[in-house]
Design a binder for this molecule. Structure first.
Ligand SMILES: [Zn+2]
Length: 198
């Protein structure tokens, strides 16, 4: 049986201090391994880094919407959600040339079980797209080795349809990625974009 694994990256302004260049390294590692991944792009991030946003699309990766201001959707009214999501959509289309619909990921995962948030997103043409394997690369103590070991173990334990959450701005992610790729493939997994999963 095929074990399909989706690598997903939230391309956003970091929550904390970081060394720049992580996103470039992630894109290089994916290209070197011939992998198409899925990126949830924050609108303001795309406006700040338009050429990097374009590189995501040029690499053949799926482009989704990760909101404009990275606010918790649960704190916004339906009109507020619409304004934020549309602002992100415009920025993403302008920079990447791609329509991010129907792919949306809630910042902090806030709203993934909230009928009001999900309904507002659906009216905008989106469906919320969560993850089932957290790479935990956002932790301060994250190292490449630890992120890789935990992500590979959790993805293979989950089996077909594993969706791994990662953040390209942490240097741990770029350091972990080659080992994640090797480990998942060694365990019989193959990498797909989210639109290849049921
Ligand atoms: Zn985020």
């Amino acid at each position: 049986m095929t074990v399909r694994v989706a690598l997903t990256f939230d391309a956003e302004h970091p929550d904390r201090r970081h060394r720049p260049g992580g996103t470039e390294k992630v894109l290089e590692a994916l290209a070197a391994s011939g992998i198409r991944a899925s990126f949830f792009v924050q609108g303001r991030w795309a406006e700040a880094y338009p050429s990097l946003a374009r590189s995501i699309a040029d690499g053949g990766h799926l482009v989704g919407n990760h909101s404009h201001y990275h606010a918790r959707m649960t704190l916004l009214s339906p009109a507020g959600i619409a304004a934020d999501v549309r602002a992100a959509e415009r920025a993403i289309r302008r920079t990447t040339g791609q329509d991010p619909r129907p792919w949306f990921r809630c910042p902090f995962g806030a709203g993934t079980n909230d009928p009001g948030v999900l309904g507002a997103l659906e009216r905008l043409g989106y469906r919320e797209t969560s993850w089932n394997v957290d790479g935990l690369d956002w932790r301060r103590a994250a190292t490449g080795r630890r992120v890789a070991r935990e992500a590979v173990n959790a993805a293979l334990a989950h089996g077909d349809g594993a969706v791994i959450l990662l953040h390209p701005w942490t240097m741990a992610t770029a350091l972990a990625l080659p080992a994640i790729i090797d480990g998942v493939r060694a365990g019989g997994g193959e990498f797909v974009r989210l639109d290849a999963l049921p």
